[in-house]
Design a protein around this ligand. Structure first.
Ligand SMILES: Nc1nc2c(ncn2[C@@H]2O[C@H](COP(=O)(O)OP(=O)(O)OP(=O)(O)O)[C@@H](O)[C@H]2O)c(=O)[nH]1
Length: 516
């Protein structure tokens, strides 16, 4: 009974132990299954064969296959893992090489920001360090991609700057062209020079290339120099003539002086002879013993004396004639000189006038405006009277040039200039400021009094029947006006008028904007 009892107990213990063993095995199996499942998930995508092998293992584990049967599978998988490891080592090296080459290539790019260069150097030194797996390169790769992005951005903005450089360059070209056009309008020459200046002006109206601009500048300089030379030659010619005339006057004076000196000598001698004859006569008359002797003596001496007096008279006449002819000669030379000086003065006056006049519209030019503006500023400040300044600009004038040619544009400017000039009072002033822009000064006129007249003027210009190539072309003009303020300095008032004009253009053109 006891032994049966103990056998039963042993069996129960054995069953319990087996149950425990089975439980342990099952839980280890579950852990292994889970591990393989996780491992296959982590490794998924690294290698197709590994993926397949792990999938099969996972399947078998979940089917509860005997572990013994799994061993060859596990061996083959670990063999495959070994070859994968070698392959990975090669890939690590390849990744290192590729990243470092890409980094070095970026380093060679010009114009990278300094910080980017420093970051890149830092990254390259870290990439050179040995890495256990290819994954270690992932952050480097990400960093390198970021640096590439930054470098691309930097390059792009540099290119954009280049483009804006280009537009800045174009703007400068346009400015130079406008300045040169203005300068040309102030250079009023005659004849061949005028034609050459006009040709340059026309060339500036077309497309602007730097070559054309340079050519125009050089040609202008050439014309100015040649005109200065001509002026110098003309002044030299005048001075030479003056010198000639003075030399000839001097020569004539010297020769007449010499001749009169000569005559004076002869006269002195004659006077001496006459005195001598008189003293001989008086001496001899004293010693005369008879009346007859005295009479003969006096008659002889009187004859000699009368001859000497005739000689004296002749000499005096000769002297007078010499002096007269020399005075006549001098007078003729002086008259010539006077005529020459008159011509020269006239040329100077014309030149001064022409240098202040715009050749195309015959209005005062910008230089004339500058002179007048200064004067009106002073006047307005001294007498505390209002001064209004108006800028006028023909609207879309470029279209006229482009559609109907520059000579049509020129004619338009002339007509508009005349119309503007005709509508102004005697005391007002108008100048062509340059291109299709005019400047008007209204002394003793407050700004508010200008609105109506300027609008009338604007309407008047609009009503001019311009006709090009049988087409009626309406032309309008915009005005920007302001009044001089006591606080205005330098060009402040002018700039305000310019702002008003800009505003008129911005608001659709063909209008008057007052800016006080
Ligand atoms: N025919 C001719 N054209 C000139 C003269 N001076 C300047 N121009 C031209 O006038 C034009 C002015 O053009 P923009 O400054 O663009 O102005 P716009 O076409 O008048 O247009 P908005 O002023 O904006 O209304 C340019 O094409 C110049 O070449 C000139 O003496 N004669």
């Amino acid at each position: 009974m006891d032994s049966e009892q103990s056998l039963k107990q042993q069996l129960a213990t054995a069953v319990k132990a087996r149950k425990q063993l089975e439980d342990t095995y099952e839980s280890q199996f579950t852990i292994l299954t889970q591990f393989v499942a996780r491992l296959s998930l982590v490794c998924k995508g690294i290698d197709v064969e590994l993926d397949n092998r792990l999938a099969r293992l996972r399947q078998q584990l979940s089917n509860g296959t005997d572990l013994e049967k799994l061993l060859p599978q596990i061996d083959a998988t670990s063999e495959h893992l070994k070859t994968l490891d070698t392959k990975q080592q090669q890939e690590v090296k390849k990744a290192q090489l590729t990243i470092s080459e890409a980094g070095k290539l970026l380093q060679k790019q010009r114009g990278l920001p300094n910080q980017l260069r420093r970051d890149l150097r830092d990254l390259l030194s870290r990439v050179e360090e040995p890495a256990p797996t290819i994954h270690a390169y992932m952050p480097h790769l990400t960093h390198l991609t970021e640096l590439y992005q930054l470098a691309l951005n930097a390059k792009q903005s540099m290119e954009l700057e280049d483009i804006s450089d280009n537009s800045r360059y174009e703007r400068i070209c346009r400015q130079i062209s406008v300045e040169l056009t203005n300068l040309l309008s102030e250079l009023a020459f005659e004849g061949a020079h005028a034609k050459a200046i006009d040709a340059i002006r026309q060339s500036l109206l077309g497309e602007l290339s730097i070559e054309k601009l340079l050519e125009a500048c050089l040609r202008t300089i050439e014309i100015i120099i040649s005109s200065i030379n001509e002026e110098r030659q003309s002044a030299q010619h005048f001075l030479l003539k003056l010198n000639d005339a003075l030399t000839s006057v001097q020569n004539s004076l010297v020769s007449s002086l010499k001749s009169t000196n000569n005559i004076r000598d002869k006269m002195a001698l004659l006077n001496q002879q006459i005195e001598q004859q008189i003293s001989v006569l008086s001496h001899e008359t004293k010693s005369a013993t008879s009346l007859e002797q005295l009479q003969r003596l006096v008659t002889d001496k009187l004859n000699t004396l009368s001859m000497s007096l005739k000689d004296k008279e002749a000499l005096e006449k000769q002297e007078r004639e010499i002096l007269l002819s020399s005075v006549k000669e001098m007078d003729a030379r002086l008259k010539e000189l006077e005529e020459e000086a008159k011509q020269f003065k006239k040329r100077l006056a014309e030149q001064k006038f022409r240098s202040l006049q715009d050749a195309l519209t015959e209005l005062p030019n910008r230089a004339a405006f500058d002179e007048r503006y200064e004067l009106e500023l002073k006047r307005s400040r001294r007498y505390n009277t209002p001064l209004s300044i108006v800028l006028a600009d023909v609207d879309h004038f470029k279209n006229i040039n482009d559609s109907y040619g520059h000579s049509a544009g020129d004619k338009t400017l002339k007509v508009i200039a005349r119309a503007l000039k005709q509508s102004m009072r005697e005391a007002d002033f108008i100048a062509r400021y340059g291109g299709e822009e005019f400047i008007l000064l209204f002394p003793e006129t407050p700004l508010e009094q200008l609105e109506t007249p300027l609008n009338i003027l604007r309407e008047k210009i609009k009503r001019i029947p311009f006709k090009f190539k049988d087409t009626n072309v309406p032309i309008s003009i915009s005005f920007g006006a302001t009044q001089l303020k006591p606080t205005d300095e330098g060009r402040e008032a002018f700039d305000r008028a310019d702002e008003a004009l800009y505003e008129a253009k911005r608001q659709g053109r063909d209008q008057v904007i007052l800016k006080s």
